[in-house]
Design a protein around this ligand. Structure first.
Ligand SMILES: NC(=O)C1=CN([C@@H]2O[C@H](COP(=O)(O)OP(=O)(O)OC[C@H]3O[C@@H](n4cnc5c(N)ncnc54)[C@H](O)[C@@H]3O)[C@@H](O)[C@H]2O)C=CC1
Ligand SMILES: CC(=O)C(=O)O
Ligand SMILES: [Mg+2]
Length: 603
């Protein structure tokens, strides 16, 4: 109890540093019970008497006023007792119980919800984000109690321009959009995929200080090809096969037009689209609208930062990145995004073209090593397909273990969605890597889809590896006081900063330069001392800080490229004259932080 109160007090002090100033009044157009039922404004028993009078709340609440700190402490106490009471129960049962208690708070009182989320991000991110969010999506139709976000379906064709005005907020800054076709590594979950935009936007609020009243999770329901869902009587989405081709694109086009008509300055993050549509929509919209694809572009930046960190961990200069042999397992939107970006970085470092830089990268998919001899080679994978002369006797479709034994890679990076494919044999083969500190990145989500566990990686590949996973694992005790550090290589370290920097720069589209600046910022964030220990990414406890830095780097890149137009009352000229520190300060100043603002009623 005391600890929670102290926690709350320290975050209150922090809030003064992070928020614009002392909390200003907030205009509300509702009165009485309508306010209590609106999680944006509700303070539960925290409404002071003056406000109860002003807003017609007298008599609608028990008489005692409970402070924010007390409410915070009470929630944390309930959470901790839930943890205690569910000890020993199945993991999935415990995780869903934790998600429910957090979700109930989210639905009731957003200010308190985001405060507990920010202060306890290490404990709560695995509940509202990966891995539990995956379980929530799988069970969404049964868990559904009240809607969050917007749902546009194939049945809404021709109506979207008017539907968009049903959203109650006047302004929206950030939208996360999915069609539910590839939810984490769990496949097509149809409308149930809405959990992902909700979780991603929670990270936007917690890490980047987006105002929760100005974010919008969106589900584009174009059907599902998941037979089990189509037959599930509780399924809440359209019971029809997915739209394809022009029919599909016309729905996405209509949605994008509607969004940018109502909110011309919004940013749309595409999330968890199956590969063909992920690439197609990125190509189709990236110059026309302010949008990016997190799985392709966010993941690539995070992976690149990890790959550069791996070179530093070997005690080598960064320029040695171009000498690293990297095996990427998974030729989907994420794996190809990583390869594209890594090869571009290598080409920049050497001044060579991308074909030369490509030589040391190897790509595998479900059919093994991808070579130019592959039948029906996917055009998106074609630039990375190996020529038979480059692969030292390996054949088209060679298995992962064959490739690892032959190539002896410095890095093995999994984005396959296939749990456990870095098996004992593969991991043991990594012991013969040509690197003094081989790196194993098991980036697929959620936990059961990770290519290997942290414990298995250290056990089979050796104590001297660098390890990263997409979902969190505990550090591994290697005995004799040694720790095997586990990094979370997840795009959560970049997408909030990309969104924040783009918003605050006022750029109308997101350039490669802005994305590169974000990745470089993350790559240079860690000290040599941490990197030597095998710590490549910041702790999630620092996510708000790293996001501020990434946001500032993105603003500065937009300014340098002449794309920035300013935000609010800060124009392009002011942005241009800001020093690096001033840009960080500008970003910090614009980050929302949860405090109870005095509410003022206006008709
Ligand atoms: N850590 C992070 O930040 C991120 C992780 N991911 C994860 O990456 C995974 C893949 O995502 P996408 O690329 O969008 O999916 P995708 O469905 O587009 O691609 C999956 C790829 O893996 C390949 N594959 C499947 N089974 C395989 C096997 N046994 N061996 C080798 N390759 C195999 C497929 O052929 C395909 O090329 C998902 O689990 C997702 O959660 C995705 C984005 C970010
Ligand atoms: C982290 C993420 O975006 C994914 O697994 O799809
Ligand atoms: Mg994703």
């Amino acid at each position: 109890m005391w600890k929670a109160a102290r926690f709350a007090a320290s975050s209150l002090r922090r809030s003064r540093r992070l928020s614009t100033a002392i909390p200003g009044p907030c205009i509300v157009h509702k009165r009485g019970a309508d306010i209590l039922h609106d999680p944006w404004f509700n303070k539960d028993t925290g409404f002071p008497y003056t406000e109860r009078d002003r807003l017609g709340l007298r008599g609608l609440l028990p008489p005692r006023v409970i402070s924010f700190e007390q409410q915070y402490a009470r929630f944390m106490e309930s959470y901790r007792s839930l943890e205690k009471n569910t000890q020993g129960q199945k993991n999935s049962v415990v995780s869903l119980s934790k998600w429910r208690i957090l979700n109930r708070l989210h639905d009731r009182n957003e200010t308190l919800y985001y405060r507990v989320l920010i202060d306890n991000i290490k404990d709560f991110a695995p509940i509202i984000y990966t891995p539990t969010v995956g379980l929530v999506c799988q069970n969404y139709s049964g868990l559904f109690r009240r809607p969050r976000g917007m749902y546009f379906s194939a049945k809404d064709k021709g109506e979207m321009m008017s539907m968009i005005y049903n959203w109650p907020a006047q302004e929206v800054d950030m939208i996360v959009l999915t069609d539910g076709s590839r939810i984490l590594g769990l496949g097509d979950l149809g409308v149930q995929g809405i959990g992902i935009p909700i979780g991603k936007l929670d990270m936007y609020v917690a890490a980047a200080g987006f105002n929760p009243q100005r974010v919008l999770p969106v589900m584009l329901d174009v059907g599902t090809n998941n037979q089990k869902l189509l037959e599930d009587r509780l399924y809440l989405g359209l019971r029809q096969p997915r739209l394809e081709g022009e029919e599909y694109l016309s729905i996405v086009d209509e949605f994008m037009e509607a969004v940018f008509t109502r909110w011309p300055k919004a940013i749309v993050q595409f999330e968890d689209f199956q590969m063909k549509w992920a690439f197609e929509t990125l190509h189709r919209y990236r110059k026309k609208f302010c949008m990016f694809n997190d799985d392709i572009q966010g993941t690539a930046g995070v992976a690149l930062a990890g790959l550069l960190g791996t070179v530093r961990a070997q005690g080598r200069p960064l320029s040695d990145f171009v000498k690293q042999k990297i095996v990427v397992v998974g030729a989907g939107s994420a794996g190809l995004g990583v390869l594209n970006t890594a090869i571009q970085a290598a080409a920049r470092m050497t001044g060579n073209d991308e074909t030369t830089a490509n030589k040391l990268f190897f790509l595998l998919d479900k059919d093994g090593l991808v070579t130019k001899q592959r039948n029906n080679l996917d055009p998106a994978a074609a630039p990375f397909a190996k020529d038979p002369s480059e692969i030292d006797g390996l054949r088209e479709g060679a298995s992962l273990v064959e490739v690892v034994k032959k190539i002896r890679p410095h890095v093995l990076l999994g984005l396959s969605g296939k749990g456990g494919i870095f098996n004992e044999e593969v991991l043991k083969a990594m012991r013969d890597s040509d690197s003094s500190k081989p790196a194993i990145f098991a980036m697929s989500n959620p936990t059961m889809n990770a290519e290997c566990t942290a414990a298995d990686a250290f056990k089979h590949a050796g104590d001297n590896i660098v390890f990263a996973s997409g979902s969190p694992f505990e550090n591994v005790d290697l005995g004799n006081g040694k720790i095997g550090y586990v990094n979370q290589a997840n795009n959560m370290y970049l997408f909030p900063g990309i969104g924040l920097g783009t918003l605050l720069s006022g750029a109308h589209f997101i350039s490669d330069g802005m994305l590169q600046a974000a990745a470089e910022c993350l790559a240079s964030y860690m000290t040599d001392e941490d990197i030597q220990k095998g710590i490549l990414y910041p702790s999630i406890n620092s996510i708000r800080h790293i996001t501020t830095e990434v946001g500032a780097a993105v603003v500065r890149a937009a300014v340098e490229e002449g794309l920035a137009e300013g935000h609010g009352d800060v124009g392009y000229r002011e942005l241009k004259h800001m020093s690096k520190e001033e840009t960080v300060e500008y970003v910090t100043r614009n980050m929302w932080f949860p405090v109870y603002n005095p509410l003022v009623h206006e008709k």
